[in-house]
Design a binder for this molecule. Structure first.
Ligand SMILES: Cc1ncc(C[n+]2csc(CCOP(=O)(O)OP(=O)(O)O)c2C)c(N)n1
Ligand code: SF4
Ligand SMILES: [Mg+2]
Length: 309
């Protein structure tokens, strides 16, 4: 994404002198939350869906009226994991697969903060798979944002735990023989309290799911289904970024439409189901932990005061 591309997307005409170039990052709420011109252009290929998710995340945080310092974005390594580098919040760019491990430590130290772990499908579910299920099991108040492009984008298109069966990757030239992880089902089964999915063709849905997820007290997951036209798209002959974007429109169905299908049609559905897929109230980890520590401290104080310690 070049500077000029951002300007055109946001309908800012610098040529007509409306806004001096040095001020254009200040000219919209979304751009205002980017890390100024020194971090741009991004490393992303033109047309990649990751930028759409970044826009949604900023709008979701804005909609909740959070100050930038109340938010911490934590990421590992990957094209998706590069996102916090461009954003003007507290940010941690860590090691591959460890976003949730760092995010867990941060949330325990600063339970008042909104902690958001931004991960690719490989980051979250291959090398980081264990952290993922245990963060959900603990129900720690972190929002996991998984950008699922079905591939390891950054490293050149190796198959990932979400590559569909039969699809090709550089490490599966004859087609992938492994079944993919359904990340939303996995999170729900492991104990997450909010699970939702949409696609980069539907950014307004992503905005809504992200703001609901960030407001949730326990572990929340938003799966943002995206695409990688550069690796996965090319090797599977799926066309351009625009073709793959159109594919997300044609091959997805809202949860409400899915719910109206007959049981047989639901069983044979192959489309991506978009919507809130799971909600459950459970006590949040740092709250349980804090009240345990407080109880124990009060008990010790009582014992000390009665001279029995
Ligand atoms: C410990 C370790 N193992 C492997 C890598 C190489 N590596 C970097 S990113 C990546 C996969 C990225 O895929 P994904 O998480 O799906 O993100 P995407 O690039 O598709 O957004 C891998 C294997 C690494 N950096 N560190
Ligand atoms: S390699 Fe794929 S995932 Fe990475 S920026 Fe390019 S299109 Fe996006
Ligand atoms: Mg990926």
């Amino acid at each position: 994404m070049t500077s000029d591309h951002i300007l055109s997307v946001h309908d800012i005409d610098v040529n007509e002198g409306q806004i001096p170039r040095e001020d254009w990052f200040e000219s919209s709420a979304t751009l205002h939350n980017l890390r100024k011109s020194k971090k741009f252009p991004t490393i992303w290929c033109s047309g990649c869906g990751i930028g759409v998710v970044m826009g949604s995340l900023i709008r979701a945080i804005e909609s909740l009226g959070l100050q930038n310092d109340q938010v911490a974005l934590v990421a590992g390594i990957g094209c998706t994991a590069r996102m916090p580098v461009y954003m003007d919040y507290n940010t941690l760019h860590t090691t591959h697969g460890r976003a949730l491990a760092f995010a867990t430590g941060l949330k325990i130290a600063r339970p008042d903060m909104k902690v958001i772990a931004i991960m690719g499908d490989g980051d979250a579910l291959a090398i980081g798979g264990n952290h993922f299920i245990h963060a959900a099991r603990r129900n720690i108040g972190i929002t996991a944002l998984v950008v699922n492009n079905s591939i390891y984008g950054m490293t050149g298109g190796q198959y990932s735990p979400t590559t569909p069966e039969g699809m090709r990757a550089t490490t599966a030239p004859y087609g992938n023989v492994e079944p993919p992880f359904p990340v939303c089902d996995l999170a729900a089964a492991a104990g997450a309290t909010y699970v939702a999915r949409s696609t980069v063709y539907h950014p307004l849905e992503l905005d809504k799911h992200l703001s609901e997820a960030i407001s949730t007290e326990g572990f929340s997951l938003v799966e943002a289904v995206s695409y990688c036209h550069t690796t996965y798209g090319r090797i599977n002959k799926l066309g351009s970024a625009a073709d793959m974007m159109r594919g997300l429109k044609e091959n997805s169905i809202s949860k409400s439409a899915y719910d109206r299908l007959s049981p047989e049609a639901q069983e044979s559905n192959t489309k991506i189901v978009r919507g809130v897929l799971h909600k459950k109230k459970r006590p949040e980890y740092t709250k349980i932990y804090d009240s345990l520590v407080q109880r124990k401290q009060e008990e010790e104080l009582k014992l000390r005061n009665t001279g029995r310690h």
